[in-house]
Design a protein around this ligand. Structure first.
Ligand code: MN
Length: 241
C-alpha cells in the first residue's frame, strides 16, 4: 500500500491524451493505493462546478469509480482550478484540502501545498491570487453565465501565459525564503508541492535542519507521480502509453 501524489494534469477537452492516461492510472495503480492526493491544477481551468467540459466530466467519473471502490481521494486547489467546490466533491467523491496542509505518512509529518503561494518573487501573480481567492470576487464571478466565465478565463489564461513568458525563469520558481518559512512554521522536514512543472527532489537546510523539497511534474507529455510507502518517497515519471 502507498499514498500517491500527483498534480498539474491540466485536463481539458484539448488534452485527451492526458485524460486517458489519468483514467487508466485511476483504474490501475491508484486502485491499490491507500489514498490519492491531487495537489492542484487537476484541470486546465475551472469556471464553476456547473461548467465541466467532456474531458473534465470523464475525469470526474473516473475519480468517482475510484472513491466508490474505497480509495480516499483528496484534491487541493491549484491556481487554475481554485473554484472547485461542493458539487465537484459530490460528483467525484473527493474531498477538498486546505493549502497548506500537514499530512502524516507512515509516521512522518509532511507539508503539502500546490506551490503557487511560494512563488513570491512574482508580485503581480500574488496580487492576482489574493483577489481571486476573495469570497466576494468568487461570488460575483460565479453569478455570470457559463459563456462569460469561459470567455474571462480564456482571456486570463492568455494573459498569464504572456506574463510567465516575459518573466525570468527564476522569478516564476519558488522563492527560497518562502520555502524556508513554510517548513519552519510547519515544523516538518519535508515539503511536497507542484505548480512549477519542475519535477525534482531538492535537499536544503532550514535553520541548520536537513529538509527535503519534492516537486511533482506536470502531465503534458508523461505522467508524474510521487509514491510514498513504508520505504519512503519515490518520484517517478509515468510514460505515456
Ligand atoms: Mn499551478
Amino acid at each position: 500500500m502507498a499514498a500517491l501524489f500527483i498534480s498539474d494534469l491540466h485536463i481539458d477537452a484539448s488534452r485527451w491524451g492526458v485524460t486517458e492516461q489519468f483514467l487508466s492510472f485511476l483504474a490501475t495503480e491508484a486502485k491499490h493505493a491507500e489514498a490519492l492526493y491531487i495537489l492542484g491544477d487537476l484541470f486546465e481551468s475551472w469556471v464553476g462546478d456547473d461548467a465541466a467540459d467532456a474531458a473534465q466530466a470523464a475525469a470526474i467519473a473516473g475519480l468517482h469509480s475510484l472513491t466508490s471502490h474505497g480509495v480516499p481521494c483528496f484534491v487541493m486547489h491549484g491556481n487554475r482550478d481554485f473554484l472547485l467546490a461542493k458539487q465537484f466533491c459530490r460528483m467525484s467523491g473527493a474531498l477538498l484540502l486546505p493549502d497548506p496542509l500537514i499530512v502524516t505518512l507512515y509516521g512522518e509529518p509532511v507539508l503539502v501545498m500546490h506551490g503557487d503561494a511560494l512563488c513570491t518573487d512574482d508580485r503581480a501573480y500574488q496580487r492576482l491570487r489574493a483577489t481571486v481567492r476573495e469570497a466576494d470576487w468568487q461570488r460575483r464571478f460565479l453569478a455570470l453565465s457559463v459563456a462569460s466565465r469561459r470567455a474571462l478565463a480564456g482571456a486570463a489564461r492568455v494573459g498569464s501565459q504572456a506574463h510567465t513568458a516575459a518573466m525570468e525563469y527564476a522569478i516564476t520558481d519558488v522563492n527560497a525564503d518562502s520555502v524556508a518559512m513554510a517548513l519552519r512554521s510547519a515544523g516538518t522536514a519535508t515539503l511536497v508541492h507542484g505548480h512549477t512543472h519542475r519535477p525534482a527532489i531538492h535537499a536544503l537546510q532550514v535553520d541548520g535542519r536537513p529538509c527535503t523539497r519534492i516537486v511533482l511534474g506536470d502531465w503534458y507529455d508523461q505522467g508524474s507521480l510521487l509514491r510514498w510507502d513504508h520505504n519512503g518517497p519515490e518520484l517517478k515519471s509515468l510514460p505515456r502509453p
